[in-house]
Design a protein around this ligand. Sequence first.
Ligand code: PXP
Length: 243
Amino acid sequence: MANDIILGVNIDHVATLRQVRRADYPEVLMAAELAEQAGAGVITVHLREDRRHIQDSDVREIRESIGIPLNLEMAVTDEMLAIAADVRPQHCCLVPERREELTTEGGLDVTGNLARLRDAVGQLHNHGCQVSLFVDPDPEQLDAAADTGAKVVELHTGAYANASGEAMINELARLRDAAIHAEKLGLAVHAGHGLNVQNVGPVAKLPQIVEMNIGHWLVARAVFVGLEHAIKEMLGVMRDARK
Ligand code: PXP
């Protein structure tokens, strides 16, 4: 379907629930398999430096077991680049990371780290990974992202998701302009962060956006209706927006 949009299901918070008790359940691999069955196009995990949720073994097991691409979100560190070189996820999304943050708070400063990012993108491309850069909807960052050699950007939708009223309309306009700008630069456009069934529609409607990565809402909703149902609800809203 030319107009279709891919849902990348981020299962970090299945691991959060497991790690909070250092238990061996809920099984992250089972979540990945259920997500695949429910229509996810990609499984996304963020292997954080502090290993607060996803563990190295999760990344390896998912890579070996699922039939859809694994998207590894990672900070640009030598440790993570070595893991990516070893595990060879089909997709890598480079993100900024601060230990004390609750979640990824802003996009990458691509303009300020151009040489390092060029090198990281080059290394990952050599390992056969499709690389995306997680950036705020800012034309300068997008220009720099194209300069790194990356072929994909993921627009940070957090500011949009956290806003309301007029501010939300303005944030949506920033996302729309950024998506248009990125497409002109020849970049494929993904989006994610803070999205739920209430706010996803206007972003999913932007025709340049080909993939959305969504996690926290899906796992929270799954507590009440199950993961497969939550994913199907989200996919339904995304596809309706696209019609
Ligand atoms: N995309 C990126 C790059 C992220 O870091 C995250 C959060 O891990 C998400 C998407 C998903 O955000 P949320 O869990 O709020 O749906």
